[in-house]
Design a protein around this ligand. Structure first.
Ligand SMILES: [Zn+2]
Length: 350
């Protein structure tokens, strides 16, 4: 394993950001390669600790000569967001300087050719330079996983629709509960930038790719046991796809979780501002008309509560981590069997 340090220049003189990259070399020239990054939304750390738990498994495989394809690991993908504390609160989703989501507005290359990336010195802000660098580090790998988490949730994947069902083995080995398929565009997020260079190529080659945004439950699920479990899932995926040899593992079984297009997700906005009492948890199944949450907007008054009702039957994927809401704010993600009347194109969230 080789460690190197990447440096991104800040937007003022005398300031720069560093982050480490760990590389394992592969022994077989044509074996699939893998790139894993975590904490692009800088406060989302279940993936960072999963990589920490994965590292000893990779080191053992390296020692035993079982690593066939190159593996690149970036456990802290966003040193810019990592340093953003605003009045003691961490802000890791949006770059404070540009108000841009760190997982939007990546460059969409037509081909997987690093020569198409711009010279970083021509990019005007530090978040743009960071995005160009992450793309450069990941470009050319067959497997690209971007490890995130939701507010509170079960583990699930966002997968580009052309890669499904070819990626069902990945969902099965990782042990996620659900897969959301997106089409066309998703705000130029990192996953879209990772698959875009290959969309014009031949279909058989495309279907050997693995690209996913991995949502490892919720922000607070930074836990040693879960990290070991997730590292085990990542390791099984690397074995299943031929990056690592491990004859002790069985081949992946079928994926038994939920698979749905993004348009089937009900985001259920709060009808009023107030305190949220949830009646469901991630992983619950609900009928149409079920009570999902109560908004207490005028405590103690006869009409001081408003119910939030399931617009269709489905599966509770996530819910928000905070308990104060303003009106119009999304409260949870419910996967239905039908298209949502409020279906959103592109991304579900800002
Ligand atoms: Zn995220």
């Amino acid at each position: 394993m080789r460690k190197s340090i990447e440096r991104i220049e800040a937007d003022t003189e005398g300031v720069s950001y560093d982050f480490p990259v760990y590389r394992f070399e592969g022994s077989a020239r044509h074996a699939p390669s893998a790139y894993l990054q975590a904490a692009l939304h800088a406060g989302e750390l279940p993936g960072t600790v999963a990589i920490d738990a994965l590292m000893p498994l990779l080191s053992a495989a390296e020692k035993e000569g079982r690593i066939r394809g190159a593996i690149t690991l970036v456990p802290w993908a966003n040193p810019v967001g990592r340093a953003q504390y605003h009045f003691a609160a961490h802000e890791g989703r949006f770059h404070l300087g540009t108000r841009t989501n760190f997982n939007r507005d990546f460059l969409l290359l037509e081909k997987p050719d690093p020569a198409l990336l711009p010279d970083e010195s021509t990019l005007s802000t530090t978040d743009q330079r960071l995005k160009a660098r992450l793309l450069k580090l990941s470009l050319g790998h067959d497997i690209v996983l971007d490890l995130h988490c939701d507010d509170e949730g079960v583990p699930y994947l966002y997968v580009p629709e052309p890669l499904w069902p070819a990626m069902a083995d990945c969902a099965a080995t990782m042990g996620v509960e659900a897969v959301l398929l997106w089409q066309d565009e998703c705000g130029s997020a990192f996953d879209e930038a990772s698959i875009n260079p290959y969309l014009g190529g031949n279909r058989a080659e495309l279907q050997r790719k693995v690209v996913a945004t991995v949502e490892y439950r919720g922000m607070a699920d930074v836990d040693a046991g879960l990290a070991r479990q997730d590292a085990g899932g990542l390791y099984r995926l690397l074995v299943a796809r031929g990056v690592i040899e491990d004859a002790s593992l069985p081949p992946p079984g079928p994926f038994g979780g939920i698979v749905a297009p993004l348009e089937n997700v009900e985001m259920t906005a709060a009808p009023k501002a107030g305190a949220v009492l949830y009646h469901v948890r991630p992983g619950d199944r609900v009928e149409r008309g079920a009570r999902l949450a109560t908004i207490v907007h005028a405590p103690g008054e006869p009409d001081g509560r408003t119910e939030v009702i399931a617009p269709q039957a489905g599966y509770i994927l996530t819910r928000r981590g905070h308990r104060i809401t303003r009106s119009g704010e999304d409260l949870l993600k419910l996967i239905g069997s039908e298209r949502s009347a409020d279906a959103r194109s592109g991304t579900l969230e800002a």
